[in-house]
Design a protein around this ligand. Structure first.
Ligand code: HEM
Length: 416
């Protein structure tokens, strides 16, 4: 039991966000923060909650929302003028015109346009495609002794799947992948001005790629989701051109580093718990609950949050309208108030709910797709390779320098 009187939640959060030790083991630090108090204000201003019920509440309650960068004069934080912000970072407004950055009613309208493509039923119909794409990638591992699963599978498969749905040709991937990585870096808490500039450049590059593809599809429509969205735009009253671009970029970007991290973090967890790995080999009916446990154990998205729209009391902390409340999803997924023995990895746990996909109206649209990809990948890996073992020697694989998205730089494994 942590002695909560000596805990400094601010220092612990800084360790998680900024140090290799904190990134290697955020969970003991999250536990100390979560048990210290239900809510606290950090030295840089925002308020943090880490208990499951509180994270649910913040993400569900309409007194919180996505906020508007213009209304909080974000440029002041970076010591630049509004005119400079508009000149260099106008592409950010694109992000806020995607459903991810909007409140109702615009959020409701945009989400409804694509929701049908992501229901569990529609995704089930995609399963043969996911199986085919996974199988093709695993074929390439034949004869290899050591494979780095991150670049060779975890990064490639989610792009292949979402590209298949949207209709993005394979020739676009090499250009898009690094651009999406640079763009998602701006989702970090307090991104630096350099990160923002790189992100804005990347956002322009991605938009140009999709403008080209949209022009092509307008001429020659196909059955893919992109053609369907172009059709909706052409009807004229539900989706404007900026929203079309923002939606396509969101769908393309939201699905891949997240699912990459489900595959990478998930395989690491299984390799670090060989008894559970063997249990899954022996009983593939556990695949469903195993993927849920992988999502809970080391969530691909660790941090979410909302802006308060009115003055509120959050467990004794006075939050003013316009202030940010950060939800620690990784901490909530290990909350003993919600999960029995949360620090035990148990692929048969069957937890009724998770924080990994967020909550409320922005609950991850792609959750059924991510789950399906996870099940197919782990099923096929176990089918194909009777031996999957760590190939990283004494030094545990390192996590990348981000914390909103948590994922490995590389994961070398022996396959036989
Ligand atoms: C394991 C993989 C994934 C994880 C952990 C994940 C996590 C999340 C989370 C936490 C949110 C909520 C953000 C918020 O509250 O603001 C979200 C939203 C979203 N996700 Fe995912 N995601 C994953 C995969 C995918 C995939 C495969 C897609 C497919 C396109 C996708 C599309 C979206 C979209 C469109 C939203 C915005 C929904 C809205 O604003 O209404 N995600 N995701």
């Amino acid at each position: 039991m942590t002695d909560t009187t000596t805990v400094d939640p601010d220092a612990l959060l800084a360790e998680i966000l900024l140090t290799p030790e904190g990134k290697a083991d955020p969970y003991s630090r999250y536990a100390a923060i979560r048990e210290h108090s239900a809510a606290y204000r950090t030295s840089i201003g925002f308020v943090v909650v880490g208990r499951f019920d509180d994270c649910q509440w913040v993400l569900r309650d309409a007194r919180f929302g996505k906020g508007d960068v213009d209304s909080v004069a974000v440029w002041e934080r970076y010591g630049i003028t509004e005119a400079e912000w508009v000149e260099h970072f106008s592409d950010f407004n694109r992000r806020t015109t995607s459903m991810l950055g909007l409140d109702p009613p615009d959020h409701t309208r945009l989400r409804r346009l694509v929701a049908k493509a992501f229901t569990p039923k529609t995704v089930e119909q995609l399963r043969p495609d996911i199986e085919r794409l996974t199988s093709r990638m695993l074929d390439e591992f034949r004869g290899a002794v050591v494979v780095d699963v991150i670049p060779e599978l975890a990064l490639r498969l989610p792009i292949a799947v979402i590209s298949e749905m949207l209709g993005v040709p394979e020739s676009y991937w090499p250009a898009l992948q690094p651009l999406v990585r640079a763009a998602t870096a701006t989702l970090e808490i307090n991104p630096s001005l350099d990160q923002l500039e790189a992100g804005a450049r990347a956002a322009r590059g991605i938009a140009e790629c999709f403008e080209g593809l949209i022009a092509e599809r307008r001429e020659h429509p196909t059955e893919d989701l992109l053609s369907q969205l172009i059709h909706v735009e052409e009807l004229g009253d539900q989706l404007n051109h900026d929203e079309l671009i923002a939606t396509v970029i969101l769908l393309f970007g939201a699905g891949f580093e997240t699912t990459t991290n489900l595959i990478g973090n998930g395989l690491l967890a299984l390799l670090e718990h060989p008894v559970e790995l063997q249990r899954l080999r022996d009983d593939r009916l556990l695949l469903g609950t195993a993927v849920e446990e992988l999502l809970r154990w080391d969530s691909p998205v660790q941090i979410d949050g909302r802006m308060a729209y009115e003055d509120l009391d959050v467990h004794g902390v006075a939050v003013k309208a316009g202030e940010q409340v950060v939800t620690l999803l990784g901490a909530a997924n290990r909350d003993p108030r919600t999960f029995v023995e949360p620090d035990r990895f148990d692929i048969g746990r069957g937890a009724a709910q998770l924080m990994s996909f967020g909550a409320g109206i922005h609950f991850c649209l792609g959750a059924p797709l991510a789950r399906a990809e996870g099940r197919v990948v782990f099923d096929q890996l176990l089918d194909r390779f009777p031996v999957i073992e760590p190939a990283w020697g004494d030094e545990r694989p390192r996590f990348r320098d981000s914390i909103v998205l948590r994922g490995l730089e590389s994961l070398p494994v022996h396959l036989a």
